[in-house]
Design a protein around this ligand. Sequence first.
Ligand code: SAH
Length: 223
Amino acid sequence: MRWFRNRAPDEPASLRKQMVEGQIRARGLTEKPLLRALLEVPRHEFVRARSVVEAYGDHALPIGHGQTISQPYIVALMTKVLEPKRGLRVLEVGTGSGYQAAVLAACGMEVYSIERIPELAELARENLAAAGYLDRVRLRVADGSKGWPEEGPFDRIIITAGAPDVPPPLIEQLAPGGVIVAPVGGYGLQTIYRYRKVDGELEREAVEGARFVPLIESEVGEE
Ligand code: SAH
């Protein structure tokens, strides 16, 4: 691995390598396509960090407008349990910075992502374009709890904000055999669950505890 040793340790590619080895593989996530995607996506270009080193740290980071992006391990874990596969259609609720969307695109999926804050959606668009993923990610400014009915059904749905439960429209827009990964629970503390649609019903499996910013559903009459 000569190329790696010769690089300055604080170059983004080296920091990504350290992130993947120290935070992801060391915690037991070893799927090659997942690790390749995390090595590929330039996280430092999506987050607000004081330095490139901080962008690859083992923690959540602010992305503006009071929102945060999860620590790399949580992004990796949610992506893994989503069972990514090349060519699948995935709906993300909560685009934020666009980082998670880029990771899903790097896994070979066709990504549809919804964000309710227009400024964040615009930022995500710029980030995704700069990193070269915009051709594989479609963005929409709306209340994602209603899904994207015109583009459904989706093989996969990932919610990156905490809610008391999975909004019913998302369950309707999930294809048979499809998977939803979502942090569900109270304000500020949730459990990440994996749901699988079997015979029209959702089977639920707990994955890990987590802390996400809340999913904010629009009131009736809004939009
Ligand atoms: N996945 C993002 C981080 C998400 S933070 C990333 O990779 O950076 C959660 C995001 O969900 C915030 O940007 C917040 O504005 C958004 N959000 C909250 N409620 C929403 C809703 N009902 N519809 C769409 N987006 C929502």
